[in-house]
Design a protein around this ligand. Structure first.
Ligand code: 8X3
Length: 275
């Protein structure tokens, strides 16, 4: 039987948690729709995922010779989540694909610097708010109708421990992640009765491009994880995949994940130190 697979949409899919989640969900048998700004990265990633999907299908064929299994399909769109126009263009161009939408992973997000608020650059403030809050809202608002029609689906928002606790130099980033916490909680309440689940995944320190984007400085970015073992994007992809794989009547509202070496934000055990 050659059945259509459910579709998972992932924003910020070209690296880090988004990319790791793409691989993890491919293994779970989803078709994927990847969105990110960097087109070359998406082209490369699509190729990698397609190759893996084909090899997975061959292995499955060998095990179940009587079933006809198609490899997962990988779709992508290069665009910025903070642009409603680009989101609308993406959806208009892929109506039939989005009809199979089952999962939205709102992963795109960033921090810019760690200066005190009065030293923040206005462009950076706008970029963080526009991506982390407005981007998430726009995408969810435009994609939700495809899931409402089906009376089931799952929205996973990538929050952060910074959406629970505030730290100096994190005013704008923390505000954006507090918004993600509120949006997730609100959506879960607003969507009650629709069959759609909503989950907030809130990681502590994850080693990815996050710190490089935040500091725009390789040395500073490296120093963040020095002497400690941070979480990996794959650790978080595991949590996302587990939340999605619960029975349909189970909604994981939120999950806070710290590395064992992190006691709280800015409280890190580093080799040879107690802080
Ligand atoms: C990232 C966690 O501690 O850098 O979301 O703000 S932190």
């Amino acid at each position: 039987m050659n059945q259509k697979k459910p579709l998972a949409f992932i924003s910020g899919a070209s690296s880090g948690i988004g990319k790791a989640t793409a691989f993890s969900l491919l293994h779970q048998g989803y078709d994927l729709f990847l969105m990110a700004r960097r087109k070359e990265r998406l082209i490369e990633l699509k190729k990698e995922l397609e190759e893996l999907a084909i090899s997975m299908t061959h292995t499955a064929h060998q095990k179940q010779s009587d079933s006809e299994m198609a490899p997962s399909q990988i779709h992508f769109f290069a665009g910025d989540v903070s642009s409603l126009t680009e989101i609308e263009k993406m959806i208009q161009g892929h109506q039939s694909v989005f009809k199979r939408l089952s999962v939205i992973i709102n992963n795109a997000g960033l921090a810019k610097g760690s200066d005190p608020f009065h030293k923040n650059n206005l462009n950076a403030i706008n970029q963080v708010i526009d991506t982390n809050i407005k981007g998430l809202l726009y995408l969810t608002h435009q994609l939700l109708p495809f899931m409402l029609d089906k009376k089931e689906g799952h929205i996973v928002n990538l929050g952060s421990v910074a959406g629970r606790w505030v730290y100096p130099g994190g005013t704008v980033y923390c505000a954006s992640k507090f918004a993600v916490t509120a949006i997730t909680e609100g959506l879960r309440q607003d969507l009650l009765g629709t069959g759609i689940r909503v989950t907030n995944i809130e990681p502590g320190m994850v080693e990815s491009e996050f710190s490089m984007v935040r500091f725009d400085n390789e040395e500073k970015a490296k120093a963040v994880y020095e002497g400690m073992t941070p979480l990996t994007p794959e650790d978080i992809a595991d949590c996302i995949t587990w939340s999605l794989s619960r029975p349909k009547h189970v909604n994981i509202q939120e999950m806070i994940i710290y590395p064992t070496d992190q006691g709280a934000i800015r409280m890190v055990h580093r080799q040879g130190s107690h802080k």
